[in-house]
Design a protein around this ligand. Sequence first.
Ligand code: ATP
Ligand code: MG
Ligand code: FE
Length: 346
Amino acid sequence: SLVLGIETSCDETGIGIVRGSTLLANVISSSMEEHARYGGVVPEVAARAHLEAIEPAIRAALAEAGVTLADLDAIAVTSGPGLAGALMVGVGAAKALALALDRPLYAVNHLVGHVGADVLRDDGTALELPTVALLVSGGHTSLLLVRDLTSDVELLGETIDDAAGEAFDKVARLLGLPYPGGPHIDRVAAEGDPAAIRFPRGLTLPKDLERHRYDFSFSGLKTAVARHVERLRDAGQEVPVADVAASFREAVADVLTAKAVAACQDLGVPRLLLGGGVVANARVRALAEERAAAAGVSLRIPPLALCTDNGAMIAALGAQLIAAGHAPSALDVSADSTLPVTHIQA
Ligand code: ATP
Ligand code: MG
Ligand code: FE
């Protein structure tokens, strides 16, 4: 079926159109630059930007796909989790379209959407299930067990404080690098020594592993980097930015990949899917490849354009729900900023 997907959970206004698992259009308008001077996404600014961007993005996606509104079979939208005001813009638009066009509405979970993105890859290989999925972005660090994309997703663990992308952004700011910090840290780290400073690996001590085997924590790491930099500055010494960036990046990549591969091994699930903007990180990818190979785990990384927030993944999840025979969502469905990942559809 021909599905239009709307994604407005954070700073990307994403409109995607798919036919089944074939990608027809993926239009993304980001308000990232407007958040740069605040060093993080400002909810009110994001919501207003969605309001301005959504209609032109829908028109652009229809043009890109070469279809009209009347051709659409269904509307899919992210109803959570995410920023409440931002989500409301997308959900409101989706309801209006569904009502005006008299088409079914599928309100879906953003995180499961990241997994759904995988069905759009064009190499002809299908997503094998069950799979462990590690989703890492500015707002999320979650480890999932996906048994069935449309009916059975379990949360294994998540960050208990900052998201990994958020840590990249905060450490970049500390080092005087621009926002969003992830790509800049990645670039600078390539020139540094990852073993220069041994930064803490959150929730990896034996006592933490008992309760938080698959959970993450990055605020202690961020504080350790801040202290390290402060100490050097107070002593009038120059901060070795490349070494700090490389050592920080190594700590993040180490914890993310170790826990994800451990989950695969513990659960006897030899498949790992990565998603979210932090997957762009060169070290995260390399270490994931290395450790997955060593553990006999097959690693899937969707194309980067489908890893960051987009509407196509939401349309794809909607199409999968339709194909699996799920009933549409109610037209009075509302945005839920804390929608749990077990709620694939709202
Ligand atoms: P959500 O959390 O709702 O998915 P988001 O906008 O934070 O929203 P993305 O757009 O997928 O999610 O990811 C953006 C994040 O990814 C930012 O924190 C950014 O710093 C980080 N990032 C991007 N490229 C890299 C990289 N090369 N290395 C590390 N982090 C990166
Ligand atoms: Mg973003
Ligand atoms: Fe996301």
